[in-house]
Design a protein around this ligand. Structure first.
Ligand code: ZN
Length: 419
């Protein structure tokens, strides 16, 4: 089994567990612990010690025999919002937007419908061959746990197929992966919204749950998609089938989805570009629904940034994720997301690290095992090429992750990591 001991010039333990439950907000999130000259030890793939090297108990290890790495050690990134598995890119839609069209303009013929056609036209093996290298690339950028979503099926059978592909991908890659059924992503062509929500609730969710294909159900609430009433109904069905709830909320316009997500017991409200004061108040006043910020899609769509400063001041727990998808965020790098969040949302780096680790794990219900380097959690961590975590935000376009480890095993490396 895997045992090890590393010394690092800086050890970012992550969000400290305290006398509280739920995701981290306020000081709990911003006071991410950084230990200068830290030591990280693990046994059987689980953290047995994380603290100052000078305090390492002799029974845990001998610092003289430990490997000293040259960069900071951080908890592995948890990407709690992606649209993998998908098939094919949509670069020409991006070019069309550069020429003046909007995402709404493209929604009918392109967008989600186009990704659904591309997925339908590919064999299972083609989809796996397309997705596996992407998930490996995520590993090289430090992502040790991911969310996978459906939503490019747009029929009961095609959604079930995409969920099975997601489960298969989860088995074949190194990361921990959780699967979300985003059946309510777009209204299938030739159907009414009501009829599709009926079918999702009566047939798709029960079948996906019975086959063990999903961990959560997500609803895209938007004027071009679904309503807050649909969210409430799908959430009730999800819960009745033992599944968690997620929500794409207030991205393209204000719909009151953030407060509806809190009301529906959702684990997250994602995007939030157009959240209003009531949404901020609802998110701040609960310890269950996390605000998942997706700054690269904001940049990519040139959208209005959400009022992040107001959210943080109010005490909203925030997570950060890539929203990796071929339409609105073809970026799979969490370090890049942290860099964009810094410049676009003014999110300090340590807050961003807590948001992309502990709170993101909370969104996926994995916070007991993952999301910080605390005693008893799995030894999922990254080694940077710099002792200073602030370099992540400072150098967009640069991958600062030298090594990625999962369960105390090295799973990705790109160069010398010791002096
Ligand atoms: Zn999304």
């Amino acid at each position: 089994m895997s045992h090890g001991l590393l010394l690092a010039p800086a050890l970012v333990v992550g969000v400290a567990h305290g006398e509280w439950d739920g995701p981290a907000n306020g000081d709990r999130l911003s006071n991410v612990q950084v230990i200068k000259d830290g030591a990280l030890a693990w046994g059987d793939g689980v953290v047995t010690w994380a603290g100052p090297a000078g305090d390492l108990p002799p029974e845990v290890g001998d610092v003289r025999q430990a490997t000293r790495v040259k960069g900071a050690i951080l908890p592995g990134f948890v990407d709690c919002h992606t649209h993998v598995p998908f098939f094919g890119w949509r670069a020409n839609e991006f070019e069309a937007r550069l020429a003046g069209l909007t995402y709404r303009d493209l929604h009918g013929g392109g967008g989600i419908y186009r990704s659904a056609r591309l997925l339908a036209g590919a064999s299972d093996e083609e989809v796996m061959r397309f997705c596996r290298p992407l998930v490996d690339e995520m590993l090289a950028h430090g992502t040790t746990a991911i969310e996978l979503k459906t939503g490019y099926g747009l029929s009961v059978e095609a959604e079930l197929r995409q969920a099975r592909l997601a489960r298969r991908l989860a088995r074949e890659v190194s990361q921990t992966a959780s699967v979300t059924l985003l059946a309510c992503h777009a209204v299938p062509e030739g159907r009414t919204r009501e009829a599709w929500v009926d079918e999702v609730c009566h047939e798709l969710i029960p079948r996906a749950a019975a086959e063990g294909l999903a961990d959560a159900v997500d609803v895209y609430v938007e004027d071009i998609a679904f309503t807050v009433a649909d969210l409430a109904r799908v959430a009730e069905t999800a819960r009745a089938n033992g599944l968690a709830v997620r929500c794409h909320a207030d991205q393209l316009g204000h719909s009151g989805a953030a407060e509806a997500a809190v009301g529906a017991g959702s684990r997250s409200a994602d995007h939030l570009n157009h959240i209003g004061p009531a949404g901020i108040e609802a998110l701040a006043g609960n310890d269950q629904t996390v605000a998942v910020l997706l700054p690269v899609s904001t940049l990519f769509l040139r959208a209005e940034p959400p009022p992040v400063a107001d959210m943080l001041t109010a005490g909203v727990a925030v997570a950060l994720a890539t929203d990796f998808n071929p339409g609105t965020s073809p970026c799979l790098s969490v370090p890049e997301v942290i860099a964009v969040a810094a410049s676009l949302y003014r999110l300090p780096t340590l807050t961003a690290i807590g948001a992309a680790t502990f709170n993101a794990a909370w969104v996926l219900g994995l916070q007991e095992r993952l999301g910080s380097l605390t005693l008893g959690k799995r030894a999922d961590f990254v080694v940077l090429d710099t002792p200073d975590p602030a370099m992540i935000a400072y150098r967009p376009g640069h991958n600062p992750v030298l090594e990625t480890w999962i369960g105390g095993q090295r799973v990705s490396s790109r160069g010398p990591w010791t002096d």
